[in-house]
Design a protein around this ligand. Structure first.
Ligand code: ADP
Ligand code: MG
Length: 627
């Protein structure tokens, strides 16, 4: 019979190479992966049979069967699930289909710690090559005539041929064990592995007996985990269930197992992961929650079940309230599902709130991992906005840790009316922004926001408990309304507040020189140690937001900035004294441009004419050296 040889996708070859040579100590997880796939295949067929009952007519009891052959040194995993045709085999076992996996392979290669990452991430079907030197997959898709055999030693290529011996329906995977892996032929060992990792699987996992007179043995509890009483479920079982449904292999950070009764009846078993999934920001990631109706798996890609700002959730929802034969299309805009979604959302946010109150440090770790995603809800979900604002944590100019808005409100100064923020790419650089100086001098706290999403929610969230958000880089600083910290030297302040005529002259001169390059030049209340800074006009976009939009090509112009100068800075004073001097004109002109350019550099704005900047700077330093 014609046999075709095909190459693995390059990423698969690399992954296989890493898997085969990995020193990962828990090799037995390959069995968890293969049983998990077999169980998924049965779930999918059961779903298809809702509308095409003929698919399961001959054999409606689902099971995974394990069989060993000591002489041949093979372990076989057989399921009567959906099976695969030729195209499925090439797509599923020749490429890496999951969106996050390509990124994972890159990580594996760059870090030397591949073994550890395999444990955290799971490599699915390919983990079979940790224990097998050759794998054969013999399979027939439910409802189709031809069976196929896929075979590979995991070294760059696989073969596909028609297979007359394929199971009537489903998939038989035969592992030719490597030397030294004989333990996986041992009934005791298999029993132990299945009860550790696969007990939660809802269909029976059966070990076929090797002797005529002995019956086959079911190795797991074979009931859906979420239907069992909580008191009978161990932490380990919960965790393995999470690994199975989440395709993720860290420990869950938070678990919610609940049954809602009344208007709507549904059970939820949801987890918040402890680490970031690789595809958290990938546009074609799937949702992590599987929908079941009366214990029958419906879909693992139901975007209606939770809002996208909770997309890090993993787990299942099983409801009595949807018809079994609901099609995936009908799930869209389904009012019952919408109610479940609202209820789930409330429940999850409620649990997060409890955690934030009871275990603030653990909550802070969660926030570092998923806060940026949760913040998307601030503009996507008006109904939950208040709750989300309470859940939000921020870096601020007050110390190292994260603060809540309630903390912030509690520390507001007399006369302070708004919540001050500054956005940028890097929290460390933000903390050094010149615009913060006057706020620091008055002890006014400023939130340092460095997630790209921050600029977006800030434009759509008007306030928190009546206090508006305001960027310190925009508009006036309104610092004069805020009381000075106690014990501050009042006299010194009032002295510097007095406008000096020479400063006015300097401002007029700089304005005249810079013309359209700036919107305005003015004396600053927000600077104490830097000579200059840029701020945006009250009516313009926030400067950081404008840079972000330009990077994403959503904006093609920039607005001119306001240049603020520090009247108390020695440089500004010295320049003020020079205004009107004979022969100082060209020096002052250069200085005006240099002031603007240095404000741009500190702000992270590009210099429109770097060559001119360099020329002026050299000229000035040269004069300094000569004089
Ligand atoms: P994952 O399970 O995360 O999708 P795997 O590497 O474990 O990734 O499996 C890849 C794909 O191969 C599965 O998504 C599925 O489509 C297919 N597959 C694997 N095992 C089986 C099986 N026993 N029956 C049917 N399809 C299978
Ligand atoms: Mg899998």
């Amino acid at each position: 019979m014609a046999q075709e040889e095909m190459q693995f996708q390059a990423e698969v070859s690399r992954l296989l190479d890493i898997v085969a040579h990995s020193l990962y100590s828990e090799k037995e997880i390959f069995l968890r992966e293969l049983i998990s796939n077999a169980s998924d295949a049965c779930d999918r067929l059961r779903y298809a049979a809702l509308t095409q009952p003929e698919l399961v007519k001959e054999d409606s009891g689902f099971a995974v069967r394990l069989k060993t052959d000591a002489a041949a040194k093979t372990l076989t995993i057989l399921d009567n699930g959906i099976g695969m045709n030729r195209e499925d085999l090439i797509e599923n076992l020749g490429t890496i289909a999951r969106s996050g996996t390509a990124a994972f392979v890159q990580q594996l290669e760059s870090k030397q710690d591949g073994a550890n990452l395999i444990g955290q991430f799971g490599v699915g079907f390919y983990s079979a090559y940790m224990v097998a030197e050759k794998v054969e997959v013999s399979t027939r898709k439910a409802g189709e005539g031809e069976g196929w055999c896929w075979s590979s030693d995991g070294q760059g290529a696989f073969t596909i041929a028609e297979d007359l011996e394929a199971p009537a329906r489903g998939t038989r995977i035969t592992l030719h064990l490597r030397k030294g892996e004989e333990e996986f032929l041992d009934a005791m060992r298999l029993r132990q592995i299945v009860s550790t990792y696969s007990d939660h699987i809802a269909i029976p996992v059966v070990l076929e007996s090797r002797k005529e007179d002995e019956p086959d043995e079911t190795l797991n509890a074979a009931s859906a985990l979420w239907t069992r009483p909580k008191s009978e479920i161990t932490e380990e079982q919960y965790k393995e269930f999470y690994h199975h449904v989440g395709h993720t292999f860290d420990d869950p950070w938070l678990r919610l197992h609940f049954k809602a009764e009344g208007m709507l009846e549904y059970t939820g078993l949801l987890f918040v992961p402890s680490s970031k999934p690789f595809d958290l920001f990938h546009p074609d990631r799937k949702t992590g929650i599987r929908l079941y109706v009366k214990r029958v798996f419906i879909t693992d890609d139901c975007s209606e079940l939770v809002p996208s700002y909770l997309r890090f959730l993993r787990g299942i929802v099983d409801t009595e309230d949807l018809p079994l034969n609901i099609s995936r299309e009908l799930l869209q805009n389904n009012p019952r599902l919408a109610k479940i979604r609202t209820a789930l959302c409330k429940r999850v946010l409620g649990e997060l709130k409890k955690k934030a109150e009871k275990a603030p440090e653990e909550y802070a770790t969660f926030w570092e991992t998923f806060g940026a995603v949760l913040k998307e809800g601030l503009y996507e979900d008006q109904a939950q906005r208040e709750t989300l604002l309470e859940l939000a944590r921020f870096r601020s100019t007050q110390g190292e840790g994260l603060v809540s808005l309630a903390d912030y409100l509690g520390r507001m100064k007399p006369g302070q009316e708004v919540i001050y923020t500054i956005t940028g790419d890097d929290p460390e650089a933000l903390a050094r922004s010149p615009q913060l100086e006057g706020f620091a001098a008055k002890g006014v706290e400023v939130l340092l926001l460095s997630d790209p999403v921050d600029d977006f929610w800030l434009t759509s969230v008007p306030d928190y408990q009546g206090k508006a958000f305001k960027s310190v880089t925009r508009g006036g600083a309104d610092l004069d309304k805020i009381a000075k910290p106690e014990g501050e030297d009042e006299e010194k302040e009032s002295e510097s507040d007095a406008p000096s005529p020479s400063l006015d002259a300097l401002i007029a001169f700089v304005k005249l020189t810079l013309k359209d390059a700036v919107k305005d030049v003015r004396s600053s209340a927000r600077l104490t140690s830097s000579p200059v800074c840029l701020v945006a006009h009250e009516g313009d976009l926030d400067m950081h937001l404008e840079r972000l939009l330009k990077q994403q090509r959503q904006l093609d112009h920039s607005s001119a900035r306001i240049l603020e100068i520090n009247p108390n800075h020695a440089l500004i004073k010295a320049l003020s004294d020079k205004v009107g001097d004979d022969g100082a004109g060209s020096l002052l002109e250069d200085a005006a441009w240099l002031l603007l350019d240095q404000a741009r550099i500190i702000e992270g704005e590009p210099l429109p004419d770097a060559a001119a900047f360099s020329r002026r700077l050299s000229a000035l330093v040269e004069k300094g050296l000569a004089g």
